[in-house]
Design a binder for this molecule. Structure first.
Ligand code: MN
Length: 157
C-alpha cells in the first residue's frame, strides 16, 4: 500500500510505503560525520552490491564492479578502514562497519530511485545507470524525495 504522509518532525513530505528504503533519505548522520568524496561513496556502494550478491566482498570483485585496478582498490580499502567505515583484511577482503553500511545503503537507495526515474523518462538503461552514479552524490534530499514520490505516483497509475 502506497501512502503519503506528512512527517510532523520534518518540513518535507516523506513517502511511506512497504519498502525497506522509505526511511533512507534524509541523509544519515553518519554521512555528515564522515564527509566522504564521491569516490569513497562509490566504493561503499560497490562493496554493498558485491556483498549482497556474494555474501562477502573481495578486492577483485569490487575492482571489477567499479572497473578499476586492484592496487587502487587496496589503497581505498585501507583509507576507508582508517575512517572506520570498513574492516579490511588484505587476503579476506572488506566488510562494512555499521556507519559504512548506513552510508552505502543511502547511496544505493539514491542510485535505485534515480535509475528508475531516468528509465521512466526514456533514458536507456546503461546511460541511466551511469548518470545515476553522478547524480546520487550531489542532489539534495528534497529533490530525491520528490523524484521518489513522482516515480511512486506514476507506478500507481
Ligand atoms: Mn551508484
Amino acid at each position: 500500500m502506497k501512502k503519503y504522509t506528512k512527517n510532523p518532525n520534518s518540513k518535507q513530505n516523506l513517502i511511506t510505503q512497504s519498502s525497506q528504503y522509505y526511511t533512507m533519505d534524509p541523509i544519515p548522520q553518519a554521512a555528515y560525520d564522515h564527509r566522504l568524496t564521491m569516490k569513497e561513496e562509490d566504493y561503499l556502494e560497490a562493496i554493498l552490491n558485491v556483498s549482497l550478491t556474494k555474501g562477502y566482498a573481495k578486492s577483485r570483485d569490487v575492482a571489477s564492479e567499479l572497473d578499476v585496478g586492484p592496487s587502487s582498490v587496496g589503497e581505498m580499502f585501507a583509507k576507508l578502514d582508517k575512517k572506520g567505515l570498513v574492516v579490511y583484511r588484505k587476503y579476506e577482503g572488506v566488510t562494512l562497519t555499521e556507519p559504512g553500511r548506513i552510508i552505502a545503503e543511502q547511496v544505493k537507495f539514491r542510485h535505485d530511485v534515480l535509475v528508475e526515474f531516468l528509465e521512466m523518462v526514456g533514458v536507456p538503461g546503461d546511460i541511466a545507470n551511469k548518470d545515476a552514479c553522478f547524480m546520487e552524490h550531489e542532489l539534495s534530499t528534497v529533490t530525491i524525495q520528490k523524484i521518489r514520490e513522482f516515480v511512486a505516483a506514476k507506478k500507481q497509475k
